[in-house]
Design a protein around this ligand. Structure first.
Ligand SMILES: O=P(O)(O)OC[C@@H](O)[C@@H](O)c1c[nH]c2ccccc12
Length: 261
């Protein structure tokens, strides 16, 4: 069994358990549930750099990336660096993240926050809104077309932006629908962990221009970004390249400064 299948099985158990412990109505009463959101896709459209910087402690492919950095320091650092948004892993088992990380980031910066999670149930979308997320990720590889439609429409009704992630043409074909704001191409195959920026380049021509195009994973240089921009990419999701340093905010500052030159 590949790692993605395993993650989804565990996630199903986790969500079923949580549903029993915390009824959805509890989330609907939290203050952020009614609060307004900041649009990540609009920020990206208006930006010349388009960096979405991620907070990621570990991953199944790399194990520990950074177990010292505090999410509040990183949120403040990323905001100062001038990123367009911050992506926060909330999966605990495989990525060492938590919903508390997102809440903490929300308290320390005004950046649009993307909840990076393996969403398989509408419950997680209500939860995302309630903890202060501005955008959610939907992964085509683990969802049916019907789920993508239902989940993205629910997110839109809550004013959350939707980033739909694909890895191949088949996933892209089943996913294109008006309730999505951003289409992300993951350069990392979540089943094998192979990384290639060519994935973004080949799939770009199949993505209609009305979606904000984002290239995700394995981006570690200015040259990589410059090579992707001609393919229409407006957003670049970067995790490890910043998180592997002692000071991710500083790494993002240097990176963005250089990108602007
Ligand atoms: O650390 P990287 O290679 O810069 O990648 C960041 C981000 O794209 C990656 O964490 C990611 C992209 N899609 C995902 C889906 C689930 C978990 C993680 C991800």
């Amino acid at each position: 069994m590949n790692i993605l299948d395993k993650i989804v099985i565990d996630k199903r158990k986790e969500v079923n358990l949580k549903k029993e412990l915390i009824p959805i109505e509890t989330y609907e009463q939290l203050p952020y549930f009614e609060a307004s959101t900041t649009s990540l896709s609009k920020r990206l459209q208006a930006s010349t750099t388009g960096i979405i910087a991620e907070f990621k402690r570990k991953s199944p492919s790399k194990s520990i990336i950074n177990d010292k950095a505090l999410v509040e320091d990183v949120a403040i650092g990323y905001e100062k660096a001038g990123v367009c948004g911050m992506s926060i892993l909330t999966d605990e088992v495989y990525f060492g993240g938590s919903m508390d990380d997102l809440i903490t980031a929300k308290e320390h910066c005004r950046l649009p926050l993307l909840r990076k999670e393996f969403i398989i149930d509408e419950y997680q979308i209500i939860e995302a809104k309630a903890i202060g997320a501005d955008a959610i990720l939907l992964i085509a590889a683990i969802l049916t077309k019907t789920q993508i439609k239902q989940f993205s429409e629910l997110a839109k009704s809550l004013n959350l932006d939707v980033l739909l992630e694909v890895h191949n043409a088949e996933e892209l074909h089943k996913s294109i629908m008006p309730s999505l704001d951003m289409l992300g191409v993951n350069n990392r195959d979540l089943k094998t962990f192979d990384v290639s920026l060519e994935t973004s380049k080949t799939l770009s021509q199949l993505i209609p221009d009305d979606f904000v195009k984002i290239s995700e994973s394995g981006i570690s240089s200015i040259d990589a970004i410059k090579s992707l921009q001609p393919y229409g990419y407006k957003g670049f999701l970067i995790g490890e390249n910043f998180m592997k340093t002692d000071n991710p905010g500083k790494a993002a500052t240097t990176f963005i400064k250089e990108l602007k030159e």
